[in-house]
Write a protein that binds this ligand. Structure first.
Ligand code: GBH
Length: 441
């Protein structure tokens, strides 16, 4: 554990933790099914064969979880609203109670409106899903907007496109490879329409949570550089460029659904100004030229026909998931975003950062988080306007295709009894928050 105190962050910097509905709520029988329920029901899709039918049972235990947040001392809590639950009778009432409980505890609610649990029957390949999303967002904002100040439209459209629709390892389980591009466009359009819907309902603090990470070429060889640049385009710029500049990267707009005029009109919606830009960061990726074979990577099997190959990052500790621990990648990422977008980049909030490790005495998690908070401070010193930091996650939870095998929580959950036990990292984060508030500048 680092011995030096973490440097002081600016006044008003927002400290928080994140979760998502499908991963923690349970009470699946009280809502409509989502594509994740359907996907999980197919044999072999989730590694340990588990489902999220009960998960952390947060739906029934939210009071206990809000008490954990209050005791931790975070300013804010990022959770997600389940669209299939909102579609069910009484579903919005749950979020009403949760938001009331958070406000009473002095914790700011920061809802994400879509974190991958699409209602069964809807499909991101269909353009109409974007308008349906905006209608749903209006319903949520009308109900919660008197107490919710800050909103997040989507979580990681890049990962949802890639994992869910291009590779098929997440719901809805489609392996469309490049034919998945309309899914990216329709989510971006849904985001823009949601920003407009939120503004129409009076919201003044709207952002998105995008996954980002530096892409490191495997070597200086032009073939490796070209492959890395393409990977960076697909995972990073394909999303940040339209959102922040109103244009797709060179050559991509032509691949999107609709004629050029339609795509341009959509881009004007997609580029609605944001109050802040959310970044989920876990690790950089090492990418080289294709190697003509399937690749095992980060729990995934990547098909051989991709125009790049993903390599390991050597000489770094790995988390239980096999992801490398590279704190300075966060500084590099943030200074890179600031260089690329300049004045067009709104203030940044780190909406997720964390790691999976076993055990209650989780010193490795403390080391990971400590390193990343320091790396974040270095980005601030370098002049990047960062306004907040959220740890993924409050609780161990249903880690998608990995089931319950990966533990990202500051709080341990026993999935037989649903008992919560704060880990060492919870105590560490509480001390960090305390020190930030009490240390003189
Ligand atoms: C987030 O996705 C999700 O928003 C959240 O729901 C999920 O629980 C959480 O992360 C943990 O998975 O290059 O080998 O280091 C993040 C998904 C994270 C997937 C980084 C690819 C790269 C692994 N991405 N990861 S590696």
């Amino acid at each position: 554990m680092a011995t030096h105190p973490i440097p002081r962050f600016p006044d008003g910097f927002l400290w928080g933790v994140s979760t998502s509905a499908h991963q923690i709520e349970g009470a699946a029988e009280l809502r409509e099914p989502s594509v994740w329920d359907a996907f999980t029901a197919e044999p072999g899709r989730v590694k340990d064969g588990s489902t999220a039918a009960v998960a952390c049972d947060h739906y029934h235990r939210y009071r206990e979880d809000v008490a954990l947040l209050a005791d931790l001392g975070v300013d804010a809590y990022r959770f997600s609203v389940s669209w299939p639950r909102v579609n069910s009778p009484g579903g919005l009432g749950f979020y009403d109670r949760l938001v009331d409980e958070l406000c009473a505890a002095g914790v700011r609610p920061v809802p994400t409106l879509f974190h991958w649990d699409l209602p069964v029957g809807l499909d991101w390949l269909e353009r109409d899903t974007a308008s349906r999303f905006a209608e749903y967002v209006t319903r949520v904002a009308d109900r919660l907007g008197d107490r919710v100040g800050r909103w997040i439209t989507l979580n990681e459209p890049a990962e949802h496109t890639l994992l869910g629709h291009a590779l098929g390892v997440h719901a809805p389980g489609r392996g469309l490879l490049f034919d998945a591009l309309p899914v990216a466009h329709h989510q971006l359009l849904a985001h823009g329409l949601a920003v407009r819907a939120l503004r129409a309902s009076g919201a003044t603090d709207v952002g998105i949570a995008n996954s980002h990470g530096p892409t490191w070429p495997a070597s200086d060889d032009p073939a490796d550089r070209e492959a890395a640049d393409f990977y960076d385009l697909l995972l990073n710029r394909l999303f940040s460029d339209p959102l922040l500049t109103g244009r797709y990267p060179e050559g991509v707009g032509e691949l999107m659904p609709g004629d050029a005029r339609q795509v341009d009109a959509d881009l004007a919606v997609i580029a609605e100004p944001l109050d802040w830009y959310g970044v989920n960061y876990y690790a950089p990726t090492r990418v080289g030229a294709p190697q003509g074979a399937e690749i095992e990577f980060g729990g995934l099997t990547l098909p051989a026909e991709l125009p790049f190959s993903v390599r390991g990052i050597e000489g770094r500790p790995l988390t239980d998931f096999g992801w490398p621990v590279v704190p300075e990648g966060l500084t590099e990422l943030l200074t890179g975003l600031s260089d690329r977008y300049g004045d067009r980049l709104p203030p940044i909030v780190i909406t997720e950062n964390g790691c999976s490790y076993e055990g209650l005495d989780d010193r490795d998690r403390i080391a990971y988080l400590d390193g990343h908070v320091r790396a974040l401070h270095r980005a601030l010193e370098a002049g990047v306007d960062v306004r907040g930091y959220f740890v993924w996650s409050l609780l161990d939870n249903f880690e998608w295709a990995e089931g319950y095998a990966r533990r990202f929580g500051l709080v341990h959950v026993d999935f037989a009894t649903r008992e919560r036990t704060p880990k060492a990292s919870y105590g560490w984060f509480r001390e960090v928050l305390r020190a930030q508030r009490h240390r003189p500048r």
